[in-house]
Design a protein around this ligand. Structure first.
Ligand code: MIC
Length: 646
């Protein structure tokens, strides 16, 4: 039977289930990627599973997020991660080596492989013809312990790319166009499978830009074929043996289709404060800007860095009213800009070079001034993510960022009157990676895991009682990102290994009384709108509410990763409609009188008692998810399974 490229990759790894949209499947994972901000929890969860060594062929521990060492916390975490990697058999990528997704693309991604990562932008590897997706730390731990990964098989969307991008229009505009059309929730439980004659016009780093931000439409996967361009990329990386062609069969099946004429696109920009708030650049041209940031996991390949440098150098330097930062995605990209003079161009033009890391994208330094627009080549612009509460972050291509840095106001690069430069990447340096390979098992067994004083084990979910009752703690609008439960920025992110400490920041932006209220009322319920928990994979967004006694979240819809993080941590995700949402108010007493029995019996509805009035609410729990909730979360479920009935 004819197959599309996602079906081909998954089938090679399939353990159980059928590849039908909405069906549960389990499949084998070849690679696991961890980063530092989510990795400490993942390793502590792995330790609870009591394995001596990771059970997947390749686990990679990157240090790329929490790079600012204000005090002992981040360096202690890095040390912990390095010792965990050595103790349990993971490759350790040292700080300074680069952003996980870029380094993985350069050194480890290979067509036909499967990858999961404790970072939502793990989808980036789809650029290499991989089935790659972001998951929570606990799911990563479980995969590392040797369990196959289970997933609801997504709806398959064929994205037909036609023609070729015009000068000054870039891959970033392709994904911004998708966000414009689909919105941040249009892609939930969907896989975007790229096809069409436009595919061959895009090099692997351009494909990576699209796959990175495919998560922003809520998608499970984005995946490109592995073709001649993939082969060229792998040859340049001196990994030609890793190439394996991946093409769809004639007549391959898809449930939906989306056509994008690359030649019809123009420079686009996402206005504050959601990535789908997309308009043509010309609509906001002339807006005064205080800051331009180039880099992040979405746009920091050599080509992405060379374009803005060309513009600011040839245009006469960075505008005097504006602060421009540049953070290369990898040590390889840094070497390349150094070798070709791009770095010297930036310095001469007045830009600031930042560390090779995620940097300003997660508010790790370079916070913008209050109330002042910042134009970034990054992937998210949720309020406060930059580190400044009153921020106005715009997302755009390197071309738009360069033009804006030059002019000091948002500028359509086509209006610069410059010829579009023919950027050709030099041969990359492929032997200068700061990777530390794990020792042999015997030696690894002697490695001591170093735990700094801020590293605390995650809270354990309590048993699910027959009935759940509590008060409504907060009522939230649509599209609440995980940055609301576990904020970005230097101060809060340094608490990623300490759930009691990080829970103090939960919903601080929305309601500074949330935490005191949750403590006073001994927990309660959260009520949200649609696409609740969009954005990052950080399981802290579920662990912080768990710490505060939250046992169920009621929402009109959930983002895939966060929904799973809630279940993993024993919190019940409950679907509501307007009848319930519109009546919800802080302080109401809600009761789920038969929750345990309703979960156990497989019912897709729950009974909700709202202050004496009865409502029927829904759930979309699969059989495994029900078992996990009944057991008190994923780890307790796995332990009970191993230990057997007591
Ligand atoms: C992000 O871009 O939001 C992050 C920071 O990379 C997160 C991971 C995290 O919160 O540590 C993600 O995308 O999953």
């Amino acid at each position: 039977m004819a197959q599309n490229i996602l079906q081909k990759v998954i089938e090679e790894h399939l353990v159980s289930g059928t590849m039908e949209p909405g069906e549960g499947i389990t499949y084998r994972i070849d690679q696991v990627l961890l980063q530092d901000a989510t990795g400490t929890m993942a390793w502590m969860e792995f330790e609870q599973l009591e394995r001596d060594r990771v059970q997947v062929p390749l686990v990679l521990q990157y240090i790329d997020h929490n790079m600012i060492q204000l005090d002992h916390k981040n360096p202690d975490d890095h040390f912990f991660l390095q010792t965990c990697a050595a103790r349990y058999g993971a490759v350790f990528s040292r700080p300074g080596n680069g952003i996980s997704h870029y380094v993985n693309l350069e050194r480890f991604d290979r067509p036909h492989a499967t990858l999961v990562g404790s970072d939502s932008h793990t989808t980036t590897a789809g650029a290499m013809g991989m089935a790659a997706l972001g998951i929570g730390g606990m799911d990563a731990a479980v995969v590392m312990a040797g369990e196959p990964f289970d997933l609801q098989y997504p709806t398959q969307v064929r994205v037909v790319l036609e023609n070729e991008l015009r000068p000054w229009v870039s891959a970033k505009d392709v994904i911004l166009e998708m966000l414009r059309r689909l919105t941040v929730k249009g892609g939930i439980n969907k896989a975007y499978i790229f096809d069409g004659d436009g595919v061959s016009t895009l090099a692997v780093p351009q494909r990576a830009t699209i796959c990175n931000m495919i998560l922003e439409v809520g998608a499970t996967f984005g995946i490109f074929p592995a073709d001649q361009r993939t082969r060229e990329f792998l040859e340049a990386q001196e990994r030609p043996d890793h190439f394996r062609e991946l093409q769809p069969d004639d007549g391959a099946p898809y449930e939906e289709e989306l056509v994008i004429d690359l030649a019809a696109l123009e420079p686009l920009i996402a206005k504050p404060r959601n990535p789908d708030n997309v308009v043509p650049v010309r609509e906001v041209a002339g807006t005064k800007v205080a800051q331009v940031c180039v880099g992040s996991s979405v746009n920091s390949s050599y080509e992405d860095l060379a374009i803005p440098a060309f513009i600011v150098k040839n245009g006469g330097g960075v505008s005097e009213w504006l602060d421009m930062t540049v953070s290369p995605g990898s040590r390889q990209a840094l070497n390349m800009i150094n070798e070709t003079g791009v770095l010297a161009d930036y310095i001469a033009a007045g830009a600031r070079l930042l560390e090779v890391a995620c940097g300003p994208c997660v508010g790790m330094g370079a916070a913008p001034p209050s109330g002042q627009p910042s134009v970034r080549t990054m992937n998210r612009n949720f309020q406060g993510r930059s580190g400044t509460q009153d921020d106005y972050v715009y997302l755009a291509s390197p071309e738009v960022a360069g033009a804006t840095a030059l002019k000091g106001v948002i500028t359509d690069p086509r209006d610069l009157g410059m010829d579009y430069p023919a950027i050709k990447a030099p041969k990359p340096v492929t032997d200068d990676f700061m990777l530390i390979w794990p020792p042999e098992p015997e030696e690894a067994g002697r490695v001591e895991v170093m735990r700094g004083p801020n590293i605390k084990p995650p809270p354990v979910p309590p048993d699910l009682p027959d009935a759940l009752e509590g008060r409504v703690l907060i009522v939230l609008p649509d599209n609440i990102s995980t940055g609301s439960m576990s904020p970005d920025g230097v101060i809060v992110m340094a608490e990623r290994s300490n759930i009691p400490a990080i829970s103090e920041y939960c919903f601080r932006k929305e309601d500074p009384e949330f935490v005191p209220r949750a403590k006073e009322w001994g927990g309660g319920f959260i009520v949200g709108g649609d696409n609740y928990g969009q954005g990052s994979s950080r399981e802290h967004a579920a662990l912080a509410p768990l710490q505060l006694g939250v046992r169920a979240v009621f929402a009109k819809g959930f983002h895939r990763i966060h929904r799973r993080n809630l279940i993993n941590n024993g919190i019940v995700p409950i679907l509501i409609e307007d009848d319930v949402y519109s009546k919800a108010a802080i302080g109401q007493e809600w009761r789920l009188p038969r929750i345990r029995e309703e979960i156990r019996s497989g019912r897709t509805t729950f009974t909700l008692d709202m202050e004496g009035q009865e409502f029927t609410v829904r759930n979309d729990l699969g059989p495994h998810e029900r078992e996990q909730l009944l057991a008190g979360g994923l780890l307790r479920y796995l332990k009970a399974r191993t230990e057997g009935p007591s």
